[in-house]
Ligand binder design. Structure first.
Ligand SMILES: C[S@@+](CC[C@H](N)C(=O)[O-])C[C@H]1O[C@@H](n2cnc3c(N)ncnc32)[C@H](O)[C@@H]1O
Length: 289
């Protein structure tokens, strides 16, 4: 946000705006403010000092996780980048959910074009994080973007990357809010899948309703999430690990989570059991010193 100098001045005069987590009423907000921020802090905070680190959030979305890292874990410099501008809603969201009058000056945001080079302007970062974003990046841009993020880090800097759900897992379509049939996207045609989404009526899981929902309306949101589904890059965990290594990172730590569900036999002739059940990956990557 380019009014950051104004926020800084206000914060210097009045201090950080008071906030109260007891006001949280939105489940999407809670999932990011509590869970996502806790996980990022656990992975990143274990290797760099969050309170002094310069951090970059690649695919920051509405910035709720970044806000939480500042308020709950003392982060002092987080720059969020995204191809959409959902973060512009953060001042309103923070007012409604936390009673905050101003978002902290520690947060800055930027809209980028897909694949835009960041390293020239954002070098020397101590840490980068990316939450549920890399499955949305166009396949041919994956390696150049990872190489660029590698160049954004200082030697020894870390990159925490999380993806959930992975494409081949039961709800890897990201359409579960409309369709509870596991692996449905791998079993039926796109037309059948869209008909299922279109026919859905009634409320959807509040944890999966982001703050963009109000912009689209009920039917528009269905079209939006279906288009997002069609654009997923279908990465597997192995492909991702291979790409991050090609980009120059070393894998310091990784965790893969899998569902305890039996995939349909017809899928097991096309994909391995491991790929079909692996729904989440966490990677802690490091740039060599
Ligand atoms: C599922 S959302 C996750 C947002 C946020 N990390 C969160 O946890 O709410 C995926 C985000 O990735 C962003 N995105 C997709 N492709 C991108 C790209 N090439 N560069 C930067 N952001 C991208 C989207 O605009 C979207 O905000």
């Amino acid at each position: 946000m380019n009014n950051n100098w104004w926020l800084k001045l206000q914060e210097r005069i009045w201090g950080l705006s008071p906030w109260d987590a007891r006001q949280i009423s939105d489940e999407w907000f809670r999932a990011h403010f509590d869970y996502a921020a806790d996980v990022v802090n656990q992975w990143v905070g274990g290797t760099v000092d969050i309170r002094t680190a310069r951090l970059l959030n690649f695919g920051c979305g509405d910035g709720i996780t970044d806000l939480s890292l500042v308020l709950r874990y003392g982060a002092t410099a987080i720059h969020g980048v995204d191809i959409r501008k959902e973060y512009a809603k953060l001042p309103r969201i923070a007012r409604e959910q936390l009673g905050m009058r101003r978002i902290p000056a520690a947060l800055t945001f930027e809209t980028i074009t897909p694949g835009a080079r960041l390293a020239d302007r954002h070098g020397g970062m101590d840490g980068i994080m990316s939450w549920s974003t890399f499955e949305h990046v166009q396949r041919d841009q994956l390696l150049p973007i990872l190489q660029d993020l590698h160049a954004c880090l200082r030697p020894g800097g870390v990159f925490f990357l999380q993806i959930e759900p992975l494409f081949h897992s039961p709800y890897g379509s990201h359409l579960r809010r409309y369709d509870e049939v596991p692996w449905h996207h791998l079993l039926v045609t796109e037309e059948v899948l869209w008909n299922t989404i279109e026919a859905h009526e009634g409320p959807i899981n509040a944890e999966e309703v982001d703050f963009g929902f109000a912009d689209f309306g009920v039917e528009g949101y269905k079209r939006f999430v279906f288009k997002e589904y069609q654009q997923l890059n279908r990465l597997t965990a192995d492909e991702l690990v291979d790409l991050v290594r090609q980009a120059g990172f070393s894998v310091e730590k990784q965790e893969r989570r899998s569902v305890e569900m039996a995939p349909p036999p017809e899928l097991l002739s096309r994909y391995s059991d491991e790929i079909l059940r692996n729904n989440e990956i966490f990677l802690l990557l490091r740039k060599g010193a």
